[in-house]
Write a protein of this length. Structure first.
Length: 227
């Protein structure tokens, strides 16, 4: 692929993005039939980090953050930078100064399948970042890549404008065209869970609520009493 920077992309409706963010990663993942989840090594820099926004994708080369700078230039307020790499890397490709730039531009967060540095400073400023590693290994700015092309980040395909949801459970990718439907299914799931939570709090067992006793019987599991 020839290097390219796509300046304009389609995004999901802002209200739909907000609804997905309220639902959170685990619920959204389940609502999409347990799909879209990035690999579990993608961890937030601080436990309370949360994000929901449209993906501006970046295809970079290991040890080179030139295209991250280029991507910031085309981001809109509320976007999430999603950085995929041409090959495996843990180099610290994003640091405090880039975080300051992102915050000034209204960028909601960063998801990068590589390393970040200045992690304590970024956490202190409460800029949401999910990364593969923390590393002080420096980078150059010399290799062309692309912005707003499909990328694979931590095992998940991300297209420009897909909705990214991140929290303490990881990161999930919602295809833009499915965002409204997934938001509705996530809300339905949360309502069911609210009802179940109340029943569990009142002492009922999941065994009875979910019909697991019958399931165990169908599977041939027997209860026995030892004397």
């Amino acid at each position: 692929m020839n290097p390219v920077i796509v300046r304009r992309i389609r995004r999901a409706d802002a209200s739909v993005i907000t609804r997905l963010g309220v639902a959170g990663v685990a619920t959204v993942h389940e609502a999409m039939n347990r799909s879209g989840l990035m690999r579990p090594y993608m961890r937030p820099l601080y436990p309370a980090a949360r994000v929901a926004g449209s993906a501006v994708t970046v295809l970079s080369h290991p040890g080179d953050n030139l295209m991250i700078h280029a991507a910031i230039d085309v981001c809109q307020q509320g976007d999430v930078l999603v950085v995929g790499l041409a090959s495996d890397s843990t180099d610290g490709m994003f640091g405090e100064l880039l975080a300051v730039s992102c915050r000034a531009r209204g960028i909601a967060g960063l998801v990068i399948d590589a390393g970040v540095r200045d992690s304590a400073a970024i956490a202190e400023m409460q800029f949401p970042v999910w990364s593969k590693a923390i590393s002080a290994q420096g980078t150059v700015k010399a290799t062309p890549g692309s912005v707003n092309v499909p990328v694979v980040c931590a095992g998940a395909l991300v297209r420009p404008g897909d909705v990214i949801v991140g929290d303490g459970d990881g990161v999930v990718v919602v295809p833009r065209d499915l965002a409204e439907d997934v938001a509705a299914r996530s809300e339905q799931r949360m309502k069911r869970e609210d009802a179940t939570r109340e029943r569990l709090a009142n002492g009922e067992l999941g065994m009875d609520i979910y019909g697991f006793r019958q399931k165990l019987e169908q599977l041939g599991v027997r209860y026995v009493d030892e004397e």
